[in-house]
Design a protein around this ligand. Structure first.
Ligand SMILES: [Mg+2]
Length: 349
């Protein structure tokens, strides 16, 4: 599926480690006042003045977190940054800097890494974060990417997982399940391609969900919107593993229970039609699919008028007393305990 562009290939050995870092990071300008020193010394120097510093790290391993047979390297670079920025926004903080470290085997030529860094550059530019450091080294087999994202926030603005109260509303941004169904489409096309390498997949009808998988966006816009609407979530988390497990994190850290209403879960029509095609339950896909990188937060009911009717946010339930537990209230009004995998009748394979 990845076409060979037949370009000139440059062995990484030719550059050496320092040459490689210089080469890959030459196009990153410093744009933040808080970046006093970026790349080029033993360490970066940052100054957040009166703000708190927010830090988050993620590790992505080829074959575990991504499959290069359908994931273009440019998209991978972009997504790797998004995954990290999403965690900063989930703290209600502004993302400001990243560091990028990669371990790479000699099957990757320089041109492949340039493509990866093209995606990283684009993400940094669009989300206004500075690249301030990182490392490159060799790996025996595949590609490993580790990104650290830094951000800043006033102490009073930071939103933890632990602040939800009984009767708070449970709100989700965007729609769910798209990234997972996009992955199903790509996995299917990969199998078709294995049998018939001349097949031309028509991904057009699936463009929304495939994009949700390959090129997710972190919800910087929601972080900004909350500020603009003067909305203060009581607890927040980003949806990387599926709605169900994120709700359970909020419940556990906040010591509350939850009622999630099945008929309120926001689904894009293309997710519903893909679920029909793959004979999958769309609720289950939203609950356990993951990788949507939407935000899930709780809100005091008094704040509801501020978000009422906003197309970016959907109230999907409310928090209850801890001893009531976390439940899905299904369309036929039955009360089903939520588990990290969706619900207890389902086990992730
Ligand atoms: Mg997270």
């Amino acid at each position: 599926m990845l076409e060979d562009k037949n370009q000139e290939k440059t062995d990484l050995e030719k550059l050496g480690e320092f040459g490689l870092i210089d080469h890959l990071t030459q196009h990153f300008p410093i744009t933040r006042k808080s970046t006093l020193k970026g790349i080029g010394d033993d360490a970066a120097v940052l100054d957040f003045k009166g703000s708190k510093t927010i830090v988050s790290t993620d590790l992505l391993v080829e074959g575990v977190h991504f499959d290069l047979s359908y994931m273009p390297l440019k998209h991978l670079g972009y997504k790797a940054v998004m995954v990290n920025l999403s965690d900063i926004y989930a703290m209600n903080a502004e993302a400001t800097q990243i560091t990028v470290s990669i371990a790479v085997s000699n099957r990757f030529p320089l041109e492949a890494l340039e493509e990866l860094y093209e995606g990283i550059t684009l993400a940094a530019k669009l989300y206004k974060v500075d690249l301030v450091g990182g490392d490159t080294t060799s790996s025996m087999t595949g590609l490993i990417i580790s990104i650290t994202a830094l951000g800043k926030a006033k102490a009073a603005d930071i939103v933890y997982r632990s602040g939800a109260k009984e009767n708070d509303l449970l709100v989700v941004t965007g729609d769910l399940g798209g990234a997972y169904m996009g992955l199903q489409v790509l996995e299917r096309e990969k199998e078709v391609f294995k049998v018939n390498p001349n097949s031309q997949p028509d991904l057009e009808p699936y463009s929304y969900i495939v994009e949700r998988q390959l090129k997710p966006e972190a919800r910087k816009d929601i972080f900004e919107l909350l500020k603009k609407l003067d909305v203060h979530p009581t607890a927040m988390i980003d949806i990387s593993d599926g709605l169900s497990s994120e709700i359970l994190h909020l419940c556990k850290h906040s010591k509350v229970g939850c009622h999630l209403y099945e008929d309120k879960i926001p689904l894009d029509p293309t997710v519903i039609s893909a679920c029909e095609e793959f004979k999958m339950d769309s609720t289950l896909v939203a609950l356990s699919g993951g990788e949507d990188y939407e935000l899930l937060f709780t809100l005091d009911q008094k704040e509801f008028p501020k978000i009422k009717g906003n197309p970016n946010m959907t109230v999907v339930g409310h928090m209850t007393a801890e001893n009531e537990g976390a439940h899905l209230i299904s369309r036929n009004n039955s009360k089903i305990p939520l588990t990290a995998q969706g619900w207890n009748s389902f086990a992730k394979t």
